[in-house]
Design a protein around this ligand. Sequence first.
Ligand code: FES
Length: 125
Amino acid sequence: MTTKRSFIKWILACAFFIFTFKFLKVTKSETKNNVIIDLDNLSNNSVYLIKNKQIAAIRMDNNINVLSIKCTHLGCTLNVAGDIFKCPCHGSEFKLNGEVIKGPASRDLKEIDFKIENNKIIIYL
Ligand code: FES
């Protein structure tokens, strides 16, 4: 009898914690690690690098995208070289849309979630 009650209490405690965790969970938009860029700092056909976060905001033909600039080969931080991203470590190259042009990297750059609000780009890290 006691075992059955203990089991029911245990189940109720688990349900309580799952329920609480679900509703207290912090959403991406609320994290302190967001990066905010003033849209005026990203002119058309330009790239805005934030090297310490390994991300880049790209504005081409007034379309904005945010990519990781962590090389998909071994993780070096990419540089901009003209209209491509180039890895200083082993020479991989990527288009500004993140597509691999030249190895040894074989995977495209990762897209990063963002939104534009009040003339600012809010990047969710
Ligand atoms: S880390 Fe970029 S090519 Fe190796």
